[in-house]
Design a protein around this ligand. Structure first.
Ligand SMILES: *Cc1c(COP(=O)(O)O)cnc(C)c1O
Length: 410
């Protein structure tokens, strides 16, 4: 039998097509450094592309906690949680995360991607409907697909559209899902309005707070805490540990009965090795610092404010974000790549974000700040941005949408 459709060859061709379109992503090796400076291709760059918002990834207390727990527990958890992989540091961390987010219990997952697949697949069945913001993280979309429910996506942050979509199907169960802070835009979801909508439409609500935890709310408890929403209004709260907390992994928090049930049914929890116990110990240290050290959030707010003012003065295409995610929307993938390359030449790492991560015509420089950056770092970035944009935009590099960004010639 000849199928004439070799799945491996087809995939390779798709990658080649993507490369021809200039949309292939490059794997680059950082040889040294973390937090503000990294060494790439032998050059030291000021990094504005990490998600280490609080600057904790390299914090000596986290490193010490990791080493100490590795001495006591070894490296690997050796099994899934429900077999014999659940260790003391995991329990301590789950408790700390539940307390911080104001929930009864929390359940750890190896990654945020796995957490979202697991929780959506556990909650949703074929007859149910899942209504999501169009800009939600890929793992939320994939989780709903895996669950086999009907998936509807409403225009970004449009609560009324979410309400209409929830009204379309009233037979099965319904779950309204949103990012708390949108990962590529930096804006915060209209959480209170969405929670009211979910309540009216008799739907449960889930928030993925990957970019809000540690950054927003009292003691950094996240966007849901900032909006004052409890476990009744947002019964399913998910967040990751690899962003502001500077480690890796994720958790889902909620009422004790829900979390106990999730531990039984979330397949990415049941059938996956527990995260390394030492990583849980390091994350526990991170939670303590994140809660205690308000100066990190205050300093981030000062950096964001300084950047927004400076960027507006330079007529840079900033987006309305009050979080450490400060994208510059350029539109065309070619232009973003050119500006990013020029910034790298000038000593700055600001990675170009292109389709399919963002919609066609919405390519951007995704600038992120950490509490380790200084106001001088932001000034240096602004100067480099102005020069890179002046030299690379409007000079005929293909623009696939709208009008190219105009910069004052100074
Ligand atoms: C990063 C991210 C995830 C995935 O988390 P990982 O731990 O990196 O797998 C999920 N949701 C959102 C909104 C994210 O930004």
């Amino acid at each position: 039998m000849r199928r004439g459709n070799d799945v491996v060859a087809r995939l390779i061709e798709a990658a080649q097509r993507r490369a021809r379109e200039g949309l292939a992503r490059r794997l680059r090796e950082i040889t040294q450094g973390h937090t503000t400076h990294v060494v790439l291709d032998g050059r030291r760059l000021l990094n504005f592309s990490s998600n280490d918002y609080l600057g904790l990834a390299g914090h000596p207390d986290l490193v010490a906690a990791l080493k100490d727990a590795a001495d006591r527990h070894g490296v690997g958890a050796t099994a899934a949680s429900l077999v014999c992989g659940h260790r003391r540091p995991h329990s301590e961390l789950e408790q700390a995360l539940a307390e911080w987010t104001g929930r009864e219990r929390a359940l750890l997952f190896g990654t945020g991607y796995a957490a979202n697949l697991g929780v959506l697949q556990a909650l949703l069945d074929a007859g149910d409907s899942c209504v999501q913001d169009r800009l939600n993280h890929a793992s939320l979309i994939d989780g709903a697909r895996l669950a086999g429910c009907s998936l509807r996506r409403y225009p970004h942050a449009d609560t009324e559209a979410a309400r209409r979509q929830l009204a379309l199907d009233e037979r099965g169960g319904a779950l309204l899902v949103t990012d708390g802070v949108f990962s590529m835009d930096g804006d915060v979801a209209p959480l209170a309005a969405l929670a009211a909508c979910a309540h009216d439409m008799d739907a449960a609500m889930m928030v993925d707070d990957a970019h809000g935890l540690g950054v927003l709310g009292p003691e950094g408890a996240g966007s849901v805490a900032e909006a004052g929403l409890d476990a009744k209004q947002v019964p399913v709260l998910m967040a990751t540990l690899g962003k502001a907390l500077g480690t890796a992994g994720a958790f889902v928090a909620g009422n004790a009965d829900f979390i106990a049930a999730l531990a039984q049914f979330a397949r990415s929890h049941v059938y996956s090795t527990a995260p390394p116990p030492a990583l849980a110990a390091a994350t526990l240290a991170a939670v303590g610092i994140a809660r205690r050290e308000q100066w990190r959030r205050d300093h981030l707010a000062a950096l964001v404010d300084h950047f927004q003012r400076g960027a507006r003065a330079l007529d840079l295409p900033v987006m309305p974000s009050r979080t450490p995610i400060q994208p510059l929307l350029l539109g065309s993938a070619e232009q973003v790549v050119a500006v990013s390359a020029a910034l790298e030449q000038a000593g700055f790492l600001v990675v170009a974000i292109r389709p399919p991560t963002v919609p066609v015509g919405r390519s951007r420089l995704r600038i992120t700040f950490t509490a380790q950056h200084s106001l001088d770092d932001v000034d240096a970035l602004l100067r480099a941005l102005a020069a890179a944009m002046r030299d690379n935009i409007g000079s005929g590099v293909g623009s696939d949408v709208g009008s190219p960004v105009q910069l004052p010639r100074s």
